[in-house]
Design a protein around this ligand. Structure first.
Ligand SMILES: *Cc1c(COP(=O)(O)O)cnc(C)c1O
Length: 393
């Protein structure tokens, strides 16, 4: 059976009523027949039927055993780091999501958990960073915003050798394109806010574990710390999952065409898209991903912030906003938005040029999107020429 059929039919019909949609159990508590005698639910922080259905569907979709749904992607990451103890170390991808970096450096560091950041596309660098205290390797693949791809299977072999855990933030690929647990990872994390929700209308996170024991531990922290996903938001994720494969397929087709268009554009310098043969990790992406995703980044030959801002403020279909993975296309300028707090030299070394622009390619007609980019590129060029001639003495 194909993945999309499997997914749709893992969403159950309600046994009690025959409802074809998963009911929203908007309740905080459950009436008990006698103290401790209940129907499997006692309090919605601990367990809620709508959230439980979502967790079952997602565990299956990622090829794991246990899933836990959280109030945000960061709450999901937080629950994984709580598996560690003071004195433990993490080796993490250097191109890490900014919120994860803040969580590691501003929260967990003060509790004695230290993180070493390395380029995880370089297996030697991972090996060199591991110490006797390392307990977790943390990667994202592809990364934001330059779409670096790390070899999950090879990194899982390193983690195995040192008897440490491998966690993969699978947000950019989504389970429709990549199932890290099947490549040997122990834990998968999602910001379900992005492709899984898919409609830019919910903040949510997921943790999926390969084995039962790790899953039990994550579930313990989910209940003990309490950052759970509510019943209505759980319903929204189930609804989003119903069209996941359909949406991702179209996101990928549109993004591939736009990446090709940009690659041949005279005003564009570099294009970052794992589906391009010119991408340095193209071969690894082909090995572990079914397709290359909906995010495309590019820099301009006129590598100035002004040129990029001229572009991102003059698109009509690409809305200027942070986030990704929704049906509507978004555009952002990492140097002045998501990566603003990073020092200029460090930012540039990470490949985030002054003119870098990131697209979350949506589900609009691709020719309309290309026309929109063409117009915005022309306006930005005209504006910047004008400014240059005005500033001449
Ligand atoms: C957005 C994002 C997160 C954080 O998720 P929230 O739902 O915003 O808390 C984590 N990792 C990646 C890769 C993201 O893009």
């Amino acid at each position: 059976m194909q993945a999309t059929t499997q997914l749709l039919h893992s969403i159950p019909v309600d046994a009690q009523t025959g409802a074809i949609a998963v009911p929203i159990y908007q309740t905080s508590t459950f009436v008990q027949e006698a103290p401790g005698v209940n129907k499997g639910y006692d309090y919605s922080r601990t367990n809620n039927p709508t959230r439980q259905e979502l967790e079952k569907i997602v565990a299956k979709l990622e090829g794991g055993t246990v899933a836990a749904a959280f109030a945000s992607g960061l709450a999901a990451i937080d629950a994984v780091i709580k598996l560690l103890e003071s004195g433990d170390e993490i080796v993490a991808v250097d191109d890490i999501y900014g919120g994860a970096y803040r969580l590691f450096e501003k929260v967990y560091k003060k509790f004695g958990i230290n993180v070493t950041y390395v380029d995880t596309t370089d297996l030697g660098a991972i090996n060199r960073a591991i110490t006797a205290k390392t307990r977790l390797i943390w990667i994202e693949s592809p990364t934001n915003p330059t779409l670096k791809v790390s070899d999950i299977q090879a990194i899982a072999a390193i983690a195995d050798r040192y008897k440490i855990l491998l966690a993969v933030d699978n947000t950019f690929a989504s389970p429709a394109l990549q199932q890290p647990l099947l490549h040997g990872a122990d834990i998968v994390v999602h910001s379900a806010t992005k492709y899984i929700g898919g409609h830019s209308d919910v903040i949510a996170g997921l943790v999926i574990t390969k084995n039962e024991d790790l899953g039990r531990q994550v579930k313990f922290y989910q209940n003990a710390c309490g950052a759970v996903l509510g019943p209505f938001d759980s319903f929204l994720l189930i609804r989003g999952l119903e069209t996941l494969h359909l949406r991702i397929g179209q996101h990928c087709r549109n993004a591939a065409i736009i990446a090709q268009y940009l690659q041949h554009h005279p005003l564009v310098d570099k294009v970052y898209y794992p589906g391009l043969a010119s991408h340095p990790n193209h071969a690894v992406a082909c090995k572990q991903q079914k397709d290359f995703g909906g995010v495309v980044s590019f820099s301009l030959k006129n590598d100035t912030e002004a040129a990029a801002i001229g572009l991102v403020t003059n698109t009509a279909l690409f809305h200027l906003a942070e986030s990704l993975g929704g049906v509507k296309s978004l555009v952002s300028h990492p140097a002045s938005m998501t990566h603003k707090s990073i020092e200029t030299e460090k930012r540039k070394a990470a490949g985030v040029a002054d003119s870098l622009v990131r697209l979350s390619v949506g589900l609009e007609d691709v020719q309309d999107l290309i026309n929109d980019l063409e117009t915005a590129l022309a306006i930005s060029t005209a504006l910047n020429k004008e400014e240059k001639s005005l500033s001449k003495p």
